[in-house]
Write a protein that binds this ligand. Structure first.
Ligand code: ZN
Length: 306
């Protein structure tokens, strides 16, 4: 039995929110279906934020409903607050991702709340969802855990404090997010150990950006620490408004290539995954597509783990 690693595709949310044009809903639905058909089992399909703020996410209700029809797919959506969580529940999402910035400056800029207020919001979301008929998984993402474009250094002790507060607030899982992509492998080792020391296996996943070209190195450091779940975006789509030049999330195609080559089973067919780039290009033709493996082509030495 090969060890399994979960790859959660966040391109339809993290990637598209920075796109200059709006992907037509029908293309987005086909794109998500193509990613799922490649074997991806978790997709963050959009976010429940005010459409005026992020017009690319105005169709998230419809996109969630469509994605629910894909067999075996766990459908996630990002929500910034209780109202978003209620919309996600009504649409039928299996899970939600709630961002909580460890850095106060980024928290204010991102959600107009202090970190403590946003932790309390997670508590309200958990309480409200707990009173509903259907179970919805709540993942809390500690944004700017590895540094902040507004405040600079983010102390490890502060990340540990926020992660612990989120675990206490009842989140099912805690994610460490390198929102602006300033992290390096040593930092991943240190931070994962420190947070795990405080909350144990509730720390499940890393959300990494490739701003400095260290995304996969950071993922490898996470793997070495026992992390078995990663967010990534097809074609490394996106960027960050606070990090000029950022190339977005780590590239799903390159991540899968690394994992499978190392013997970790992702359940993902790399050929089909790369083919899904065509629909992405069709939907947002002006966005640059990143990724080394798609550009070079899958080498003849490649062996999938399974
Ligand atoms: Zn991100």
């Amino acid at each position: 039995m090969k060890e399994h690693v979960t790859v959660c595709e966040v391109g339809p949310r993290d990637g598209l929110q920075m796109a200059k044009s709006i992907m037509p809903t029908a293309v987005k639905a086909r794109w998500i279906a193509a990613i799922a058909a490649a074997g991806v089992k978790e997709i963050e399909v959009g976010s429940f934020v005010p459409p005026k703020l992020i017009p690319q996410m105005a169709d998230t209700e419809e996109i969630v409903r469509g994605a629910l029809a894909i067999p075996g797919l766990t459908v996630f959506a990002l929500v910034p607050n209780l109202k978003g969580a209620q919309r996600a529940y009504a649409a039928g999402a299996h899970g939600i991702e709630v961002p909580v910035s460890v850095s106060e400056g980024h928290s204010r800029a991102n959600t107009n709340k202090s970190t403590e207020e946003q932790v309390e919001e997670v508590g309200r979301i958990v309480a409200w969802l707990g009173a509903q008929d259907r179970k919805v998984r709540v993942e809390a993402g500690c944004a700017t855990s590895f540094g902040c474009s507004i405040e600079g250094d983010v102390p490890v002790s502060r990340v540990v404090r926020v992660a612990s507060a989120l675990a206490d607030a009842g989140a099912d899982a805690i994610v460490l997010a390198d929102t602006v992509g300033y992290g390096h492998p040593d930092q991943v080792h240190t931070l994962v150990r420190a947070v795990r020391g405080a909350i144990g296996e509730k720390l499940t996943k890393l959300h990494l950006h490739d701003t400095m070209g260290l995304g996969l190195a950071n993922a490898l450091a996470g793997l070495e620490e026992g992390i078995r779940s990663f967010d990534s975006a097809l074609a490394g789509l996106g960027g960050c408004p606070f990090a000029p030049g950022a190339s977005g999330n780590i590239v799903t195609e390159d991540l899968v290539f690394m994992l499978e080559s190392m013997g970790f089973d992702t359940g993902i067919d790399l050929d089909k995954l790369i083919a899904a780039r065509l629909l992405l290009h069709e939907g947002v033709p002006n966005e640059p597509l990143h990724g080394q493996v798609p550009k070079a082509g899958i080498p003849r030495t490649y062996r999938a783990a399974a």
